[in-house]
Design a binder for this molecule. Structure first.
Ligand code: NG1
Ligand code: MG
Length: 465
């Protein structure tokens, strides 16, 4: 690393510090950049990983802690300036952000050119580059509170290998990566904010797209440590605590073939509407007393809470999606949230015993049970699974021999994560593929996607010269 950096600082690396398995993708990106932008060289590359959430689903936006790990799939952005951009900066009256990406046949393609002063995110246009604009806009808003930001023409070449809308947080990786780019481009360094400060900025910035998400994804992308998962707590700011995982076991991600674009549907924001924020056993008991069916009307919820319907609506039903909610399944949703919050703490505490030898088998079995219970709760109480995901999890356990398997991320499609002994991973991958995808190996016309990932390092910037 260049110079002495604190553990909390966002790492700025030079080439020799690069994780070995990132080098090839970065070199290829640099080549594409130079070919596209008149043989010029980029000044730096930003990298932000996706994540798999091991446990703690749909509770971050209620203020409860979660336990994800970063994966070795990421967004990379190479950044440079047109040759005349720096020299005549003082005479400039506007700035341009030129966004290119590497397409599916590994060729650079122009995505969009936008006016870069006061970038606007368009919620009606859910193209992926809007997440780049979220990152830029988040940093611009932050800098406007201080001395503002300079006018600058910027070239971006974006690439990545995180499947989108699949619960692996490609969106947040893109927001985080773009925010690092903007911060470095506008201020010349990443020293204004540490990892957690940047994570909070990015959580706010991603909401510009219209999803009322929690802060899990941005926090793990920035704060991850290699080889460890992370317990992330949202009470009193952002607390991150590395978690050791049991040695001898792998975390395997598998895709069910369905995708759901959260920003384009009501599902996510409707779950978010009545955030359940009363912790503790008393609240759990209160949840037990609520009726399951029929769903509560807004007036009934207001009566339970002794507030006016209009006040409740003004505070909780802020998104358009939430306004369209016809009924509130208070009991099911609250029970999921309270019990899932407890499962996260149980999982974290069990992991605290990892590596103590003989007990690792029992420990892994316990983690597996917690994962299975989490999936069942997501599916039956929170209704955020889908038949394909339920079936895939079942196959991972019954055919693949996973100790536990659960949907990961928002759900309604996308991926599940399974806990598998290292010695069984190869067998797991082939037997699950055969059972889920059949002899063609295709799911929805695409090759079945499954891979093991070790916990990856967090976001960083690579300084090139
Ligand atoms: P996905 O859809 O997997 O990126 C979303 C939220 C998380 C969390 C999970 C559900 C964003 C950016 N991400 O993740 O904060 O609420 O759903 O646990 O909104
Ligand atoms: Mg996302």
């Amino acid at each position: 690393m260049s110079g002495q950096q604190s553990e909390d600082a966002i790492p700025v690396l030079s080439r020799p510090d690069l994780p070995g398995n990132h080098t090839a993708a970065i070199e290829s990106l640099l080549t594409h950049y130079s070919k596209t932008f008149d043989n010029s060289k980029p000044e730096f590359v930003a990298r932000a990983p996706g994540r798999v959430n091991l446990i703690g689903e749909h509770i971050d936006y209620c203020g409860y802690s979660v336990l994800p790990m970063a994966i070795d799939r990421h967004i990379l952005i190479a950044v440079g300036y047109p040759s005349n951009a720096r020299s005549n900066q003082n005479e400039r009256s506007s700035s341009t952000l030129r966004i290119f990406h590497i397409d599916s046949s590994d060729r650079p393609a122009a995505t969009v050119t936008v006016e870069a002063d006061g970038v606007a995110v368009d919620k009606e246009n859910l193209a992926w580059h809007q997440y780049v604009l979220c990152g830029f806009r988040g940093v611009q808003d932050y800098l406007l509170k201080g001395g503002g930001f300079p006018q600058l023409d910027i070239n971006l070449m974006v690439t990545g290998d995180i499947p989108s809308s699949s619960g692996l947080s490609s969106s947040s990786a893109l927001v985080v990566c773009s925010a690092l780019v903007a911060m470095r481009a506008y201020t010349g360094s990443l020293s204004l904010l540490d990892r957690r400060g940047m994570a909070s900025l990015c959580a706010t910035a991603e909401r510009y797209i219209g999803t009322e998400g929690g802060g899990m994804d941005q926090a793990i992308s920035l704060c991850a440590r290699p080889g460890q998962a992370m317990w992330i707590n949202f009470k009193s700011g952002l607390e991150t605590r590395p978690v050791n995982l049991p040695p001898g076991y792998s975390w395997v991600v598998a895709h069910c073939g369905q995708v759901l674009n959260k920003a384009a549907t009501d599902q996510f924001n409707q779950r978010d509407a009545l955030g359940v924020t009363q912790p503790g056993a008393a609240a759990d008991l209160a949840a037990q007393r609520l009726r399951a069916e029929p769903p509560y009307s807004l007036a009934e919820v207001a009566a339970e809470l002794s507030v006016e319907s209009s006040a409740l609506s003004a505070i909780c039903l802020t998104s358009e999606a939430a306004k369209r909610l016809a009924g509130f399944q208070l009991r099911q949703r609250a029970l999921h949230v309270f019990n899932e919050a407890q499962r996260v703490l149980d999982f974290r505490d069990a992991c605290g015993r990892a590596g103590s030898g003989d007990n690792d088998e029992n420990l892994a079995a316990r983690l597996g049970e917690l994962m299975n219970a989490s999936h069942q709760s997501c599916s039956e109480l929170y209704n955020c699974s889908c038949p394909e995901l339920d079936r895939l999890c079942q196959i991972c356990r019954d055919v693949g021999g996973a100790l536990g398997s659960r949907l990961t991320g928002a759900g309604w499609g996308g991926c599940c994560v399974s806990l598998v002994p290292d010695s069984r991973v190869e067998k797991f991958l082939s037997s699950v593929r055969d059972a889920f995808a059949g002899p063609t190996g295709l799911v929805g016309g695409r090759p079945f996607l499954a891979f093991a990932s070790s916990p990856s390092t967090g976001a960083y910037l690579l300084q090139l010269n």
